[in-house]
Design a protein around this ligand. Structure first.
Ligand SMILES: O=C(O)CCC(=O)C(=O)O
Ligand SMILES: [Fe+2]
Length: 373
């Protein structure tokens, strides 16, 4: 079994993206937010108006003009690809064990071990979650000097600006959400590398071509999910009229979605945490590996989770006196994240069909409904 010399940074084969699909797919008409306007006079106002529609109707949008160099994104994809190409014994060295799931924490490598519902087909995705506070896999440590600044620039160039715009949509002080997600404070904010391996048409048929069940981003329970575009179409969102539509990858763009904490902070409804799923890609991409690079923004561990005191929510009658009562029992960001991860992952089977699709769990006084479509 090859071992890695920690001090040596191996030369990486540059990752080459698969060809774009030419299948005529029913794409979701997502709004594009051009962040290069953010610092222009009147720019924020324009973006706020665009984002408002996106968060209320779709919960998904695309961001361009981020000023993150394309070569930095490509380099992350090359590191991710090289990691997944390591022998399995090597990847397992820092794997996420079931013990961690019991504790509700899951950084590190996760291999596809679970069966899909009651079928004999196994999950086809591998992932590695990279947090800045846990021991890392040796391979990841070697590239830490590139991964850490990349993580940081995504926060400052994208997530932070989106939080400012979201606060403005809700007529809150500009830094309201920025403070809750302060990059410099301890949190479980993280990057994720992920790869889906193609399956035979036969196996995919047994699971109705669904690679990841419809869900909101409870799984990586956070506030915002940023997905750097990769060319293999497979992500679908459920539209307000309950149709599944494909999300079109935009070269150099980032597909963003509001996750459950953002929805919770805005009374589960103002900002929509939209149901989405991953399906077998179209025929001309069905044999491609699907490599993904994500950023999951989470609130600070010690942040108290309570609905934002937004005049917009108040005007809509969404804030109850209990929401505005500061003496109630508090739930911290970390309590919520741990409870959710434990509920989702501390199990042998993925949920599919009739296997435990509905469940609830508690975080202190909050009862949370967890479901999969
Ligand atoms: O692979 C994708 O495009 C989306 C994955 C996803 O929705 C998730 O992991 O929460
Ligand atoms: Fe998701």
């Amino acid at each position: 079994m090859p071992t890695l010399a920690l001090e040596a940074k191996p030369a990486l084969v540059p990752y080459v993206e698969p060809q774009e699909t030419s299948s005529p797919l029913d794409w979701a008409p997502l709004v594009t937010i051009d962040l290069s306007k953010f610092d222009e006079p009147g720019g924020k106002e324009t973006l706020v108006a665009e984002l408002k529609d996106a968060i209320r109707r779709w919960g998904f949008w695309v961001v361009v003009g981020t000023n993150i160099p394309q070569e930095d994104i490509d380099r992350q994809l090359s590191i991710a690809n090289a990691f997944f190409n390591l022998p399995i014994e090597e990847k397992r060295k820092e794997s996420t064990t079931s013990l961690l799931f019991v504790l509700g924490s899951y950084f590190g490598y996760r291999e596809p071990k679970r069966f899909i519902g009651k079928s004999d087909v196994k999950e086809n995705m591998e992932m590695v979650r990279i947090d800045c506070m846990v021991p890392r896999h040796d391979f990841i440590k070697i590239f830490e000097d590139e991964i850490a600044p990349f993580h940081r620039q995504v926060w400052y160039k994208v997530a932070r600006k989106l939080y400012v715009l979201l606060a403005l949509v809700l007529k809150l002080p500009e830094d309201y959400f920025v403070k809750l997600h302060d990059y410099e404070q301890p949190s479980e904010d993280h990057l994720r590398y992920m790869i889906y391996h193609p399956r035979s048409a036969e196996d995919d048929e047994k699971i109705n071509g669904i690679w990841s069940l419809g869900h909101t981003d409870r799984l990586d329970f956070g506030s915002l999910t940023l997905l750097f575009a990769q060319q293999v179409a497979a992500l679908q969102i459920r539209t307000p009229d309950e149709q599944w539509k494909w999300v079109k990858p935009v070269k150099g763009g980032i597909t963003c979605n509001a996750a459950d904490i953002m929805s919770f902070l805005t009374k589960v409804g103002y900002v929509k945490s939209t149901v989405h799923r991953v399906v077998r890609p179209p025929p001309d991409q069905a044999n491609n590996e699907r490599l993904g690079l994500f950023y999951f923004s989470r609130p600070g561990n010690d942040v108290l989770l309570r609905p934002a005191p937004s005049p917009v929510l108040r005007k809509l009658g969404l804030l109850t006196p209990a929401d505005e009562d500061e003496s109630g029992e508090d739930v911290k960001g970390i309590d919520y994240v741990r409870a959710r991860v434990k509920n989702v992952h501390d199990r042998q089977y993925t949920r599919n069909g009739d296997v435990d699709v509905q469940s609830t769990f508690h975080v202190k006084h909050l009862k949370i409904q967890d479901y999969y479509l």
